[in-house]
Design a protein around this ligand. Sequence first.
Ligand code: FAD
Length: 293
Amino acid sequence: MSKQQTISELLSIGRPLLSVEFFPPKSEESIEPLVGAGKRISTCSPDFVSVTYGAGGSTRDLSATVSKRMKDEVGLNVMPHLTCVGSTQEELGEIVDDFYAEGYRNIMALRGDPPHGQSDFQVTQGGFKYASDLVAFIKDRHPDICLGIASYPEKHPEAVSLDADLDALRIKANAGGSFITTQLFFENAAYFEYIDQVRARGIELPVFPGIMPVLALKQIKRITQLCHSELPAELEAKLSAVESDPEAVRRVGVEWAMRQVEELIEKGAPGVHIYALNKAKSAIEIINAARNA
Ligand SMILES: Cc1cc2nc3c(=O)[nH]c(=O)nc-3n(C[C@H](O)[C@H](O)[C@H](O)COP(=O)(O)OP(=O)(O)OC[C@H]3O[C@@H](n4cnc5c(N)ncnc54)[C@H](O)[C@@H]3O)c2cc1C
């Protein structure tokens, strides 16, 4: 199995990296349309795509299938995500070894959210409590895997303070993280202020901003509530004004995201990770605009 390029290697080229995130579908039948979206996205040559890891067993299998098809059939550089939820260290070791044997050289290492119906994260017996434990574990097993770690410019919802969250980020970075990808945000000031604090903590890893082009108002209200990100009043008003016209809503979302991306790259972000919500069109428009800026 040919091995994929690491994100650290891609970064050494010295231009901003543009990447797209997919999440696995809930059923086998929905894999085909998602692979179709991957094929459409491949037309604008993203530097890599990532595939999230679900909390439930079946979603995990679908996650692996989607990653493999995006890699082998579509020809994308794929970064699978992996979480600590519901797995022992032995099981996580097997998953990581399988990823390695398949040729993946990038993994987004996460603690994970509690499975549906569970309010708090529960440590699996024989498993890990924090993402930093998983990072150290993978690094020890396969030192050449490039590890992404998550961060939260508006604070992780469970953290008692941004300071405490940044301390935890430093532990995770020192455990062997290679780069950081942020939770979605809509005001770039949140990113730039966060970067100052990250650097003040001595964390020097590249920090990819996570950008989500809005597709629907109700959906984005739900998402921002879940991940405790701020939906700016100005954006909400623009979306509300055209709420009954889905294409107009999408356009507002794309234009807002394009403005964010342009400024982020201009002011030195190492690239942008697009939370595409499995839809190709907006992500392609944003990537093409960023390349032509
Ligand atoms: C880019 C990105 C991708 C994601 N992909 C997925 C996915 O594929 N699947 C999924 O289920 N979820 C995903 N998530 C959501 C993520 O799993 C949740 O936000 C989860 O609640 C925290 O994961 P983490 O890896 O940041 O955990 P951690 O880094 O372990 O942090 C969890 C909490 O513990 C605290 N903490 C961490 N280490 C310590 C320590 N040593 N001492 C004290 N406190 C500590 C942190 O401050 C934080 O509050 C993603 C999030 C992002 C930003």
